[in-house]
Design a protein around this ligand. Structure first.
Ligand code: 6PG
Length: 254
């Protein structure tokens, strides 16, 4: 967190550089963890470069694969091998290409009877992994949570005007209607669960994200604006988004 309490903003030169910075941050988060590290992944196109990079050197050799557990912040309620599956994408781009113990991959069970049943199962799995029923601020569930930002301001599958935005008890909920394509039901972690992390890292690329990023920056009540982290909250964007990094903004305003 920046010293003034606001999120830190890091501007990468381009999407390629952004993937490199994200990979280094991920490595830095999981390497010091001596027991089990937990990373919560995200869907969308913004993390693709990062995922591809993790399957290549130096990360292929450097990441302590045996002790990192991979979760998903939200998924589309489709079979795991469907092209719209977020965990399917993560598997294709890196998890299937490196040596990860099968038990370290924690997909949202989209073969359940409904998104609500899947949400209950995944919440139980998160609680088992965490070993507690309530979040302890001294012991975040995740070491790193990745997030994206969509053109309507949604993040994970927390869409504008959804009651899920105000969910304070449940860790995972089913979403019947997506606010944006693909229009399939979703299962998503809630803000309290996503906040239980040492670092939350938003990945945002491309000029088409400029307007929505500015709206989030201005504090407008959008889902992504509500995201909080117990640890560091970092927005990693590329130059094409037109956002200035926190330090540059501070210098500009004196
Ligand atoms: C999903 C995502 C979603 C995504 C944003 C941004 O399953 O749809 O998890 O929240 O992160 O839509 O997506 P892009 O990176 O493709 O813009």
């Amino acid at each position: 967190m920046a010293s003034d309490g606001r999120p830190q903003i890091i501007v990468a030169e381009d999407a390629e550089a952004l993937a490199g910075i994200a990979a280094e941050r991920l490595l830095a988060r999981v390497t010091p963890v001596t027991e089990r590290a937990a990373v919560c992944l995200t869907g969308g196109s913004s993390p693709e470069g990062l995922y591809q990079r993790l399957a290549r050197e130096p990360y292929r050799s450097k990441l302590p694969w045996g002790r990192v557990h991979w979760f998903m912040g939200d998924d589309r309620f489709v079979p795991g091998d469907h092209t719209h599956s977020n965990m399917g994408m993560a598997r294709r781009l890196f998890l299937d290409r490196v040596s990860v113990p099968a038990g370290n991959i924690h997909p949202i069970p989209t073969d359940a009877d409904s998104p609500h049943v899947a949400a209950r199962h995944y919440e139980a799995e998160l609680k088992r992994f965490y070993g507690r029923d309530r979040f302890d601020p001294a012991h975040p569930l995740f070491d790193l949570v990745l997030m994206g930002l969509a053109s309507d301001g949604h993040t994970a599958s927390l869409f504008p005007d959804s009651p899920a935005l105000d969910e304070a008890e449940r860790w995972v909920v089913g979403i019947e209607r997506a606010g944006l394509a693909p229009f399939v039901p979703r299962v998503t972690l809630t803000f309290p669960a996503l906040a239980s992390t040492r670092e939350m890292l938003f990945l945002v690329t491309g000029g088409d994200k400029h307007d929505i990023l500015m709206r989030v920056r201005s504090g407008e009540d959008l889902p992504a604006t509500r995201a909080r982290a117990q640890g560091d909250l970092v927005w990693l964007v590329d130059r094409a988004t037109g956002l200035e990094d926190t330090d540059a903004a501070r210098h500009a305003t004196g």
